[in-house]
Design a binder for this molecule. Structure first.
Ligand SMILES: [Zn+2]
Length: 259
């Protein structure tokens, strides 16, 4: 039975970069957001191979895997038990096709991670991004002005839901809180931690990345700007939030920390 590295966090939190790095380990495969495979089933795999063997191996399953990763699915993920376990078949099928024991999944929600953890080891990484960074990432994507206040509120809600769910479950092997800006500058600590815990060992790929090299993106089907590239490099985060937003951001961050 394959293990899952579940990356949790809000949208635009940097999960694709971290997922692709961990999935470059020789004992892991990065598959993007599994909770959306039903929606994304007709998209090509981002590895660039239209005949990607990994997704072909599970093609029959994709129409059956539903998105049961939303927050409203939390009670069901915590206490429910269903006969249909297409998600489990999907994870094991992907791992078997890739010939690796670990699948890296950036579905990001606690409900999905807990569902995964019903029958298999799950290493959870909770990725937080500072509100200014998150606001500028959202704004850049939509061509809008950054709204760091709104980002801070949604971050706080996400943190509370994630922490409560993982604590209530006691089912996940370990949850490591990470701040995206730190990870993007130097992912050494998180990579070493996962390797030490018997998870994906991405120390080799990381050394390549840190020396300026590029890594393949892996096998996400999910569409996002980052995953549209076939390879990636490590880029330190840019903070492009206008100065006029800073007062509101600082206040929201202070509230969030105080909680
Ligand atoms: Zn592929």
């Amino acid at each position: 039975m394959a293990g899952v590295v579940a990356i949790l966090g809000s949208g635009r939190c940097g999960s694709t970069v971290l997922g692709a790095l961990l999935g470059a380990a020789p004992n892991a495969v990065f598959v993007g957001e599994l909770r959306h495979v039903h929606r994304d089933r007709d998209r090509p795999c981002r590895c660039g191979d239209v005949q990607c063997a990994i997704w072909r191996a599970v093609a029959d399953l994709l129409p059956r895997v539903r998105d049961r990763g939303g927050h409203r699915h939390l009670p069901e993920a915590l206490w429910g038990e269903e006969a249909d376990d297409s998600e489990a078949e999907l994870v094991d099928g992907l791992a078997a096709a890739a010939g690796v024991p670990w699948v890296v999944d950036t579905s990001k929600t606690p409900a999905w991670a807990l569902r995964m953890a019903r029958r298999r080891p799950v290493l959870a990484l909770t990725l937080q991004r500072s509100a200014p960074g998150l606001a500028s990432a959202h704004a850049a994507r939509r061509g809008l002005r950054p709204q760091p206040g709104r980002s801070a509120v949604s971050l706080a809600a996400h943190d509370v839901a994630t922490g409560a769910a993982l604590a209530a479950a006691g089912r996940v092997l370990g949850s490591t809180p990470l701040v995206w800006e730190d990870v993007a500058r130097d992912p050494t600590a998180v990579v070493a931690d996962l390797a030490a815990r018997g998870g994906p060992d991405a120390r080799g790929p990381l050394a390549h990345l840190m020396s300026g090299g590029a890594l393949p993106i892996g096998h996400p089907k999910t569409a996002n700007r980052m995953a549209d590239a076939r390879e990636f490099r490590l880029a330190p985060p840019e903070d492009v939030v206008p100065a006029s937003y800073r007062a509101a951001v600082w206040a929201m961050e202070a509230l969030r920390r105080w909680r």
